[in-house]
Design a protein around this ligand. Sequence first.
Ligand SMILES: Cc1ncc(COP(=O)(O)O)c(C=O)c1O
Length: 408
Amino acid sequence: MIKTQTNKEADIKSDFPIFKNNDIIYLDSAASAQKPNLVINSINDVYSNYYANINRGVYTLSQIATDKYEDAREVVKEFINAESSKEIIFVKGATEAINLVASSVSEIKLKKNDEIILSRLEHHSNIVPWQISAKKYGAKIKIAESDENGNVSCEAVMKEVSPKTKFICITHISNALGTILPVKEICTEAKSRGIYTLIDGCQAAPLLGIDVQDLGCDFYVFSGHKTYGPTGIGVLYGRKEILSETPPYQGGGDMIDRVTFEHTTYADIPSKFEAGTPNIAGAIGLGEALKWMKKIGMKNIHKHSQKVISDGLNILGNIKGIRIIGEPNNRGGVISFLYKNIHPHDMGTLLNSYNIAVRTGHHCAQPTMDRYKISSTVRASIGYYNTKSDFEALAEGILKVSKVFEKN
Ligand SMILES: Cc1ncc(COP(=O)(O)O)c(C=O)c1O
């Protein structure tokens, strides 16, 4: 089969050294995105030219590093249109952000018999922290169900609301099926009832323009490594009125105002939630990644993704024996599927022998798999560097795998 890669497509890929060094068809960006030169160089630059610990230094190098770290916070603030950079907390990733909210905000919000609503489509990261808090405070978890196509409507969420509901915690885009959830509608309804909303933006931040003020959410979380940035850095956005009232998640250096052996007073936000030496280079690298996306334009990134996913659905849909799992009304950059009776792990392993990288398994979304009475899928997910030709290669790979199974 002839691959339809244009010069423009090759240009985008040339921004990513991994594609120069590997002849790989990379369809696993929902797990982690590849990094453009700009991000890699920015990290090299930190360690080569202005690395030092931040905040406490009176010397120039430390002041430069502090400024760059705080500049990155400004970049994040702009990227999601937060009202203030104080509302941006740097964390390890989305998982830590959700644990922070589930642990510390629950301390001021959750009481016995209160209720937390999650959707059927949550990643385990947006389930397990809430189970831990629910157990601690005697609260109950309720589930907003998805329909057969993998949609979760605002009505399905609101159906679960009661006077005891304190949190609605939902994903913006399902990492397992690709569904885009109507989070703005849900946040509007929740706000009018005084319910806190947490949106898991892991799959949405790399794809959609995020405006937390427009969404009206109380918390928004995402991971740097899925937004073309480094690993070990992520973002918790929280409304400053809530974060100011919330007790710290971890204790240590930098998050204090005054410490004696008897008593400690805490720093203002965001420092209150950034105990210890943070991931300085990670935050700066994330800032560069977000600037890189902004420069391309989130509208362009989304448009490109819609085109590639639509091509992908057509290409895969034309293969006899494919079953696409989830046919949501609005889809992000993910397609999950099964092929005949070939186990997803076998499919993924054999595709790897043709240099095609897809993810197989439950995608940390076992309740989503349960909905379809399956244990795993093959998942192809895209980044800005993917094109129709990657799906053509995937289709070719699937047919080759099929032949291997026919022979045996
Ligand atoms: C929707 C969603 N939520 C949460 C996470 C957890 O992100 P991390 O492992 O970066 O903390 C992921 C990662 O796959 C995800 O896709």
